[in-house]
Design a binder for this molecule. Sequence first.
Ligand code: TNX
Length: 551
Amino acid sequence: MKWNSCFKNNIFGPCFRRILNICKCKPMKKLFLAMAALATVLISCQSDRSTGPTDLAKNSIIPKPVSVTSTGGTFMLTRKSDIIVMPGSPEEVAGIGHYLAGRLNPSTGLGLKVITDGGKPGKGDIQLVISEADSTLGDEGYELIITGKLLTLTAAGPAGLFRGIQTIRQLFVPEIESDTVQPGPWTIPTGTIRDWPEYGHRGEMLDVARHFFSPEDVRRFIDHLALYKMNVLHLHLSDDQGWRIEIKSWPNLTAHGSKTEVGGGEGGYFTQEEYSDIVKYASERYITIIPEIDMPSHTNAALSSYPELNVNGKATEPYTGTDVGFSTLDTRSETTYKFVDDVVREIAALTPGQYFHIGGDESHSTRIDDYIYFVNRVQDIVESHGKSVTGWDEIANATLKPGAVVQYWARATNAIKGVNQGAKVLMSPCKYAYTDMKYDSTTVLGLSWAAYIEVDDAYNWDPATLVPEIGREKIVGVQAPLWAETISTFSEAEYLIFPRLQGYAEIGWTPSDMRSWDEYRVRLAAHGKRMEILNIGFYRSPLIEWDQPDM
Ligand code: TNX
């Protein structure tokens, strides 16, 4: 019997005994045993490389999929693999195919092509199918059937296919994310994944006002949101320290109001063209941009750009500190409402999403009756431009319009007031979901007024039980804000955002009874390498055993 087959067929017993008998002395026996162990390891490694992983249940996908069934085989991408788009699919599906090819080709070097002319799928192909047959999947759900021959991704519409592609990415080893050719082989286990989100709103907020981040930074961040199946990016576009979006009818907002940021840096702003490019880039990833103009407080950048917006008619000085609540628009002046109308009109015209965020937080220098009058009028303006209102939880003190969404960040009593008026709630509780909070007392960046939020704190909460009066049916989803007082580069932003973002993504997607920290932390560990390859400057939490292999 050959040595190789002796090991491969695992019939160690007779082979071993015979040889051990031949090895008369102890050192020889020991040497033989050591060689045998080494050979076993080498052979098993080699067989792993040729057959690949076979247990789909042992995946590290974040957010955790709703259902996974393993069939114990292996699917492999090869030079013959292509991406097949079924004829008759909406045009967008070919775009999604090209997005997938763009993710897979740089690292695999396999040159997968997108075939749209009705070619029959062959071994190693990925097939993208639109079918409404399975209504459980909803708008963003998908089904992935992986056999030894074919990988078939089915969804009711393009958004579901796009989410499913993120699962395909994560099934491969982290090196799939590389932008240079890696050795492979490119194998994944066979089986079926059926998956859909718990909540329709899963997002992050980026404060580009306290410090400005470039359109390139924002686009890169959108790519990272996409990888974790998030679907909303809320942009906090104005605050005391800077106005960050071009408004053509009020040009001094950017000519003057954009030139500052916390600490005295040069600030910046998005031209309308740049903003539209961001919106388009996000929508190609099935991510909706929610623009926020924070009012009536958090408005010093506007107040210093236009004297007529101030109660006393005098422009304020630019502000580069970190206090809050000291500024207010003149809520009883028609000029203010002309201003708000122009701003909302111009931004709404560039924003396809349903919501316009009116801020409304921390208006400590606005009298409560003025505040309520203001929020009520601004809601009318937002509605007149075809958008629904969303705002920080304080807006629930006004009379909310049907369809309004209250973003709970600080006061449960406010959120409950909103619910009692029929509004829905977006969950951003500052004690769990504020990504500008430090991880612990040693974190250099960030603030700590709400809490220290370690990676387990960020994961271990359930939006549906956080506030007993606000049940699951009232909640639209989860959003984690990143306030930018203490961060001035995007790699600093990444340090605070990752790896808490993965937890928020999973809270938003995976049913709470399927989530457990002990199981999640093992999956998260496997994302360390992936984040490294993607150059995400994440926080290496001591709670996670990083550097484990991906599967
Ligand atoms: C509170 S959260 C704010 C922001 C600050 C943040 C800092 C909210 C609606 N308002 O203006 O940037 O705290 O953590």
